[in-house]
Design a protein around this ligand. Structure first.
Ligand SMILES: [Ca+2]
Ligand SMILES: [Ca+2]
Length: 401
C-alpha cells in the first residue's frame, strides 16, 4: 500500500519530535537524551540487551532511511523465509472460512513486505503468541517464546521488528503476571529488564522507537502506568499521569518517544481514554474522548496524531465499536463500512500513518473472537489465509513500516 507523500510527511514528523525531545530542559519530566541513530541504530543498545553494550544481531546490513541509518537484522530476514509454523497444515485442514467474503478469505488484504501482526490465541490450549505475515500469508516460528501451559498474552511488537514484549504468568517468573521480551533477531528470549515484581505487570507497550517500554503494574490495589527507559535502564516518573487514589490507569499507548501517551482511566467513573502530554505534564483537553460509556483499548501512532480506541458509546453499530480520532484536527476520522459490526470490535492496532488497522472482533468469522485487518486506502476489511482459528484470536499488535 502506498499513499503518495504520506511516508515522507510521517518521517519528517518523527524527526521533529525526536528533535523536540532533545531540546527539552533536564528535569523529572524530561526523557533522557536519545542518541542519534546515524552511527548505527541506537535501538540496538536497548534494554533487551540488558545493558549499554550495543547488542547487535549477527549478520545484517544498514539501510539509509530518511537520513537515518537503520539496522536491518539479516537473521530476521532469513527467518522470514523459514518454514511456516508447523501446526499450520493441521489448522488449514479444519478451518472453515465462513463469514470471510470472497477473495478476502484467501488473498492478502494489504500488500507489502514485512507487514506482520502479533496476536494471542488459545487455539492450542493456553494462550500463545503468534506472528503472522499479512503479505506472505504465513506464520513465523517463535522458538522458545511460548510456554506449554502458561498463557502468553498482550503482545507488543516493536516497530523495528526486532523485539516483542508480552505478559505471562509462568511458574518461573517473579509472581502473578510478568512481562518478558523476545528478541526476533536471535529467536530467543532476551534478558529481562528489572521491571517485574511479585505483583502483576501487564499490558506492555513499546514506544515507537522501541527504546522504552510502558506497562501496567498493580500497586496497592490499583493499576498504575510505568515507563521504563531501556537505554538508561531506569524508570521515568510521570507524576501528572496518575489517577487520584482509588482509581486505576491502564492500557498505555505511547507515541514514538513517549512524549505523548494515550491510556485508559476510570477516574471519571466509567473508563475513558486520556492523552497525556509529557513536556507539559498534563492531559490534553479532548472532550470528544469522554463518554458515559466504556472507552478503552487506545492505540497511538508514533507521530502522536492518530488515536484509535474502542467504545460502547451510543451512535455505534452495537457492543464495542472502533473509533479513529485525529488529535491534531480534534475530529473523528470516518471509518469505512465493514470496520465495525453489531458485535464487539476491540483492540485496534494502527500502522505508522493510521492507514492500516488490525483489530479483534466477535463478528461471525472463523469462530470465537477473530483478528481482522482493515486497509483505509481500499476500504477493505478482511483476513489473511489461515490467520484465524476457531478459538480466541485477540490483542493484535501490528507492525507495518
Ligand atoms: Ca509479576
Ligand atoms: Ca460493534
Amino acid at each position: 500500500m502506498r499513499v503518495p507523500g504520506a511516508r515522507a510527511v510521517h518521517r519528517s514528523k518523527l524527526r521533529d519530535e525526536a528533535h523536540r525531545s532533545l531540546e527539552r530542559p533536564p528535569g523529572p519530566l524530561s526523557h533522557p537524551r536519545r542518541g542519534s541513530c546515524s552511527a548505527g541504530d541506537g535501538r540496538a543498545a536497548g534494554f533487551w540487551s540488558g545493558g549499554r553494550g550495543g547488542r547487535r544481531a549477527t549478520g545484517g546490513h544498514r539501510r539509509a532511511s530518511a537520513g537515518r541509518l537503520c539496522y536491518i537484522p539479516r537473521t530476521l530476514n532469513a527467518r522470514l523465509t523459514s518454514p511456516a509454523w508447523p501446526a499450520l497444515a493441521a489448522l488449514s485442514a479444519v478451518l472453515t472460512l465462513a463469514g470471510c467474503s470472497g477473495k478476502n478469505s484467501t488473498q492478502p488484504i494489504v500488500t507489502g513486505f514485512g507487514n506482520i501482526v502479533a496476536f494471542a490465541s488459545d487455539r492450542d490450549g493456553s494462550y500463545d503468541i503468534f506472528l503472522y505475515d499479512l503479505s506472505a500469508l504465513r506464520y513465523y516460528t517463535l522458538p522458545g517464546l511460548n510456554d506449554a501451559t502458561a498463557p502468553e498474552r498482550r503482545p507488543s511488537l516493536g516497530n523495528d521488528a526486532q523485539v516483542l514484549a508480552f505478559a505471562t504468568n509462568r511458574a518461573s517468573g517473579m509472581g502473578d503476571y510478568d512481562i518478558l521480551i523476545y528478541d526476533l533477531g536471535t529467536s530467543s528470549l532476551a534478558p529481562t529488564p528489572p521491571i517485574n515484581t511479585p505483583g502483576r505487570e501487564d499490558e506492555p507497550a513499546f514506544t515507537g522507537d522501541a527504546l522504552s517500554l510502558m506497562f501496567v503494574r498493580d500497586t496497592l490495589g490499583v493499576r498504575r502506568l510505568r515507563f521504563y527507559y531501556g537505554v538508561g535502564n531506569r524508570f521515568i516518573p510521570l507524576p501528572g499521569i496518575d489517577a487520584p487514589p482509588g482509581f486505576n490507569d491502564w492500557a498505555p499507548a505511547p507515541n514514538n518517544t513517549g512524549t505523548r501517551i494515550a491510556f485508559v482511566s476510570d477516574r471519571n467513573g466509567s473508563p475513558d481514554v486520556f492523552v497525556y502530554d509529557a513536556p507539559g505534564d498534563s492531559l490534553l483537553d479532548l472532550p470528544d474522548l469522554v463518554s458515559d460509556s466504556t472507552d478503552t483499548d487506545p492505540w497511538l501512532t508514533p507521530d502522536g496524531r492518530y488515536l484509535a480506541f474502542a467504545s460502547t458509546r451510543t451512535g455505534g453499530m452495537g457492543g464495542y465499536d472502533l473509533y479513529l480520532y485525529d488529535i491534531s484536527a480534534k475530529a473523528f476520522v470516518t471509518l469505512a463500512a465493514g470496520v465495525n459490526s453489531a458485535e464487539d470490535d476491540r483492540n485496534p492496532s494502527l500502522n505508522v500513518n493510521a492507514m492500516v488497522m488490525s483489530f479483534q472482533s466477535t463478528r461471525a468469522g472463523t469462530g470465537g473472537t477473530d483478528v481482522w485487518n482493515h486497509d483505509r486506502t481500499t476500504g477493505q476489511t478482511g483476513q489473511g489465509s489461515n490467520q484465524d482459528s476457531a478459538m480466541e484470536d485477540i490483542e493484535p499488535s501490528l507492525r507495518w513500516p
